[in-house]
Design a protein around this ligand. Structure first.
Ligand code: ATP
Ligand code: MG
Length: 426
C-alpha cells in the first residue's frame, strides 16, 4: 500500500523538536503572565463571519488565505487564520468587558491555518503565540506590548533582532494618506502585480506591504505617512518610541511597514531576523494598535481599542535552531534500569515506579538483556545514570549506580538510594 503523505503545508513536530516548541510556548506564557496577561483558549473552528467582521475585507488573509468550508448542516465555518478575531468574539460571547478592570489582557497559543504557497518559513498549518490587550487607550500599553514581544524573544536567547516600528496615524491622517497613495499608484498600477490592483481598490496602504520585488522598487518613491500625520498622532508615536528607549529596547523606524490586517492604526511593529546562514524566514512577530474590531461584534464603543501581537512559532524555532539556541532544551532521561536476568525484571519494574514517584524519569526494559546492549540503549536514550542489579544483589539490599557521563560506578544501599540520587542527579 502506498504511504499517506501529510497535507501540503502541514508538518509533524517530533520529540526533541516538540520539546523546543513547548519550551517556546512556556517561556512566552511566563513572560505574558509577568505582564498581567491571563490565558485564553478559543476554538480553532469559528463561524466564517467571525473573521469577516474582525479582519477586514482588504486583507490577504480574508480575501484568499482562509480555510473555509460548509459543515454537514451547510453552515460556513473557517479554521482560524489568526488569533485576534476569536478573542474578540469570546470577549463578546462571555461579556468579558462587563468588568471595571480595564484593560482586558489575554494571551493565547495554538494552531492557525492559511491557504498560502508553502515555502521557507511559510506553512498552511502553523502555530502562533500572541496577546490582546483591550479596553484602554494608552501609549504605555502600546509600548508595553512591544516590550513583551522583545522580552520574550530575549528570554529565548535572541540577540540580533530587528524590531521595526511605524505609525499609521489616526483615522483622518490615514484617510488623507490613502488618498495620496491612490493618486500616486494610479499612474503606476499597470506595472504592478494583480494583487496590488485589488489593494489599490480596497486598501492602498497594503500596496506598501507587497512582497513582489518589482513592486518594491515603485513603493520606495511613494508618499510617506509622516507627511500626513496629525500633530496628535505624531506626538503619540514619539512618546511610544521614547518609552522603548526608556526600557532599553532597540528599534528601527520603517515607514513602509503597514501590516496585513485592516484594523490597525497608530503604532505598528514587526520583528525580523536574518539567520546566521543568511535565511530570511520573514517576520517572526507582527502587531500593533487597533480600533473598531469590538464594535463590529456589537461591543461597546467606549472600550473598542486594543493592542496586540502574534508570533510565528515555526519561524522562531527555525531561527533558534540556526542560532544554536536549542541545545539542552530537549527532555532527558535520568535513569536507565538494568536488571540482570529474568527474575530482576519484576523488582526493576517496581523500582522504576518508585523512582518516578520521586520525580525522576526512568526506563525499564521489559525483556532481560545483556549489560553491553543495555549500555548501548542507555546511551542512545541519553540517560544520565544506570542502576544495575541482579536478584541476589536486590536480596542483599544493594545496587550498582553508574554515572554514565563520568563513567564512574558505586555500590549503593537501596535504602540510601533516594538520598544518593538527590545528591547526584538534582
Ligand atoms: P507574512 O508577511 O510573512 O505573510 P503576516 O503579516 O501575514 O506575515 P501575521 O498575520 O502578522 O503575519 O501573523 C503573525 C506571525 O505569524 C508572523 O509574523 C509570522 O511569524 C507568522 N506567520 C504568518 N503566516 C505564516 C505562515 N504561513 N507560516 C508560518 N508562520 C506564519
Ligand atoms: Mg501573510
Amino acid at each position: 500500500m502506498p504511504t499517506i503523505n501529510p497535507v501540503k503545508g502541514t508538518h509533524d513536530i517530533i520529540a526533541d523538536e516538540a520539546d523546543v516548541y513547548s519550551y517556546i510556548e512556556s517561556v512566552f506564557a511566563k513572560e505574558a503572565e509577568s505582564f498581567g496577561y491571563r490565558h485564553i483558549v478559543t476554538p480553532v473552528l469559528e463561524h466564517t463571519e467571525v473573521f469577516d467582521r474582525a479582519t477586514g475585507e482588504g486583507s490577504d488573509v480574508v480575501r484568499k488565505e482562509m480555510y473555509t468550508f460548509l459543515d454537514k448542516a451547510e453552515r460556513s465555518v473557517t479554521l482560524r487564520p489568526e488569533g485576534t478575531a476569536g478573542v474578540m468574539r469570546s470577549i463578546m460571547t462571555n461579556k468579558l468587558y462587563a468588568t471595571p478592570d480595564m484593560p482586558l489582557k489575554y494571551y493565547y497559543s495554538g494552531t492557525t491555518y492559511r491557504y498560502e504557497r508553502p515555502q521557507l518559513g511559510r506553512y498552511r498549518e502553523f502555530r502562533q503565540i500572541g496577546v490582546e490587550c483591550v479596553g484602554e487607550d494608552s501609549v504605555y500599553l502600546d509600548a508595553e506590548t512591544v516590550a513583551l514581544a522583545a522580552r520574550t524573544l530575549q528570554k529565548l536567547g535572541f540577540k540580533d533582532l530587528r524590531l521595526k516600528i511605524n505609525t499609521l496615524g489616526d483615522k483622518a491622517s490615514r484617510e488623507n494618506y490613502k488618498e495620496a497613495l491612490r493618486a500616486f499608484f494610479a499612474t503606476r498600477i499597470d506595472q504592478m502585480c494583480p494583487d496590488c490592483h485589488e489593494r489599490l481598490r480596497l486598501n492602498p496602504l497594503r500596496i506598501l506591504d507587497c512582497k513582489v520585488p518589482e513592486d518594491h522598487a515603485l513603493v520606495a518613491d511613494a508618499p510617506k505617512m509622516k507627511d500626513y500625520l496629525s500633530p496628535e498622532s505624531l506626538e503619540r508615536y514619539q512618546k511610544t518610541l521614547d518609552l522603548l528607549r526608556l526600557l532599553d529596547i532597540p528599534f528601527e523606524e520603517d515607514d513602509t511597514l503597514v501590516r496585513g490586517l485592516d484594523y490597525y492604526g497608530e503604532i505598528v511593529f514587526e520583528v525580523h531576523c536574518i539567520s546566521p546562514e543568511g535565511n530570511d524566514y520573514g517576520a517572526i512577530c507582527g502587531g500593533g494598535h487597533y480600533e473598531g474590531i469590538l464594535t463590529n461584534f456589537g461591543g461597546p464603543k467606549e472600550i473598542d481599542v486594543g493592542v496586540g501581537f502574534a508570533m510565528g512559532v515555526e519561524r522562531v524555532y527555525a531561527l533558534m535552531k540556526e542560532f544554536g539556541l536549542i541545545g539542552g532544551l530537549a527532555s532527558t532521561l535520568d535513569i536507565y534500569l538494568m536488571p540482570l536476568g529474568e527474575e530482576a525484571i519484576r523488582p526493576a519494574y517496581e523500582l522504576g515506579d518508585t523512582l518516578r514517584g520521586l520525580g525522576y524519569s526512568a526506563l525499564v526494559p521489559y525483556k532481560p538483556g545483556k549489560l553491553g546492549a543495555y549500555f548501548k540503549k542507555a546511551e542512545r536514550k541519553g540517560a544520565r545514570y544506570a542502576i544495575i542489579f541482579g536478584e541476589t544483589e536486590l536480596q542483599n539490599g544493594f545496587v550498582q549506580v553508574k554515572d554514565l557521563t563520568k563513567q564512574q560506578q558505586e555500590e549503593v544501599n537501596l535504602k540510601e538510594l533516594p538520598d544518593y540520587l538527590a545528591a547526584h542527579l538534582r
